[in-house]
Write a protein that binds this ligand. Structure first.
Ligand SMILES: [Zn+2]
Length: 351
């Protein structure tokens, strides 16, 4: 967290040098250009103050929805974004989708009425065990069915037990998914065809195990704008909780755009080499590439960025990633006062 704050401070200090650039976009200058980029947001709980790591306050969500309701944003169902990314089709600039994980009661009580009033669609990723357990903080199947009947709401698959699936055997991971399949079929009459990894944890092995399920797309939980060059089975989502949900950060994120990159290494979040050698090629002429800053969550300073030729970026870390879930965030200022944002997760979770 401390490292992210440092990263954050660097972004803020850029804006204090150029204060007139801070969200100077007015609704009179709506651009309707298209781009290979979209932002996917994730929430968990609303107005549940005793869970600050997964909660946003009602005041925060009200402010987020008021911002999203402005004409400059193109808010769409998640499926619209993944279909475009899969087909290499560009999206209007500032295209955004909302996701909400786990199925807490506060979604039904607090979020759904607000999203309905704002006419903003969202996708709800449900872990079936917590619903079956009749946990008092979770929705019931009756409530989920009510939500599912709203055209604004799509239901996604989040496994049964919300397990750390990368640490399970292939057979156990598949059994967890297939138990959820049965319950979804019984309770909703269908099995959702989009998947979100519990805790955002995935591995190359896990994505291979899930391949026969033929999900339309699957989502992790790491900060990055999404684009067609990212793996459709491990798409990024920006998570918001109380401590990182203020309106300035929210605006910066929903206005961010994907760097046009290809040939990303390493090819997954597994740490076969630790520290890993990260690299990618920027596929178009992007002005200001020299200003890119890459911030790993396990170090207190920026990683070393090496330019190879005009368009290859190589990133090196002085320190290996310790045990746990980690992130790399590369950002740089782009046109129209927007930030390019490329991120990758790394997991050192043991076997
Ligand atoms: Zn979850």
């Amino acid at each position: 967290m401390k490292k992210f704050l440092i990263h954050w401070c660097l972004i803020i200090s850029y804006f204090s040098i150029y204060p007139n650039l801070l969200f100077a976009q007015s609704e009179d200058t709506v651009d309707r250009i298209t781009e290979d980029s979209a932002v996917i947001i994730m929430y968990h709980r609303f107005g549940e103050r005793s869970f600050p790591n997964t909660n946003v306050t009602l005041d925060q969500i009200d402010k987020h929805l008021a911002e999203l309701s402005k004409d400059i944003y193109n808010i769409v169902p998640l499926r619209t974004i993944t279909e475009a990314l899969k087909n290499g089709r560009e999206l209007p600039s500032r295209t955004i989708a909302i996701t909400i994980d786990d199925g807490y009661l506060s979604v039904y009580q607090h979020a759904w009425p607000r999203f309905k009033a704002a006419n903003i669609p969202f996708t709800l990723f449900i872990s079936t065990a917590s619903v079956n357990d009749q946990n008092e903080r979770s929705m019931t199947w009756d409530q989920i069915r009510e939500l599912a009947s709203d055209p604004l709401v799509d239901i996604g698959h989040h496994g049964h037990t919300h397990a750390h699936m990368t640490q399970m055997s292939s057979a156990d991971a598949l059994a967890d998914i297939e138990l959820a399949d049965k319950i979804f079929n019984r309770e909703l009459g269908y099995v959702p065809d989009i998947f979100a990894y519990p805790y955002g944890e995935y591995s190359n092995e896990l994505t291979a195990v899930l391949a026969p399920k033929n999900y339309h797309a699957a989502y992790g939980q790491y900060s990055s704008a999404a684009s067609s060059t990212r793996d459709i089975k491990t798409l990024p989502r920006f998570a918001f909780n109380k401590n990182y949900a203020d309106l300035d950060r929210f605006k910066l994120i929903i206005n961010s755009k994907a760097l046009p990159i290809k040939d990303i290494l390493p090819r997954g979040p597994n740490l076969e080499n630790n520290p890993p050698a990260v690299g990618f090629t920027v596929s178009e002429d992007i002005n200001g590439l020299g200003a890119i800053g890459c911030f790993p969550s396990h170090m207190s300073e920026a990683a070393k960025v090496i330019r190879v030729g005009d368009n290859r970026i190589e990133i090196r870390f002085d320190q290996p990633f310790p045990n746990g879930r980690h992130r790399l965030n590369c950002t740089m200022p782009g046109p129209d006062n927007r930030w390019y944002w490329f991120g990758m997760p790394f997991f050192n979770l043991g076997d």
